[in-house]
Ligand binder design. Sequence first.
Ligand SMILES: [Ca+2]
Ligand SMILES: [Ca+2]
Length: 159
Amino acid sequence: MRLTAIFLVGLAISITSCSPEPYGSVTHRAHNGQADRWIYQIGGDYYKISIDTNGDGKPDVVKTYRNDELIKVETDRNFDGQVDLVQEYSHGELIREIRDDDFDGKPETIKEYRKGKLAIVQRDPRETGYIEVVEYYDDLGKLIRRETFVSEAPMAWTK
Ligand SMILES: [Ca+2]
Ligand SMILES: [Ca+2]
């Protein structure tokens, strides 16, 4: 009963606010008293935990959970306020990774994993916004095929 009430409060906050207020468990760093972890209920069985890893007060890692299982990690590796790495998980295994390694806000590599091993890499080397290269890897991590074409599939942070 109590859990239901907490959930409803969280849901109400996220609907009524563009930038939802954290609904629980704001923790603080021992050394500076600043919050470094916020939890947001985002509806249904989903919630997010935002973490400030470098102590600047702004979150740089956001973890999304469904039914208490981690499904996505979004990371701002250079602390510029933009996500540059998205990792998607299924049953505890990394299945997909979207990377912006030059930190311009546009992803240029999507890596797909099967049973924990790299299987397919999609690349947008010129950052046109579309996938131009697809590479296939075998179980030993060896490149077995490379296709170059301009795909209609966009190079995007989400499917
Ligand atoms: Ca930070
Ligand atoms: Ca980029």
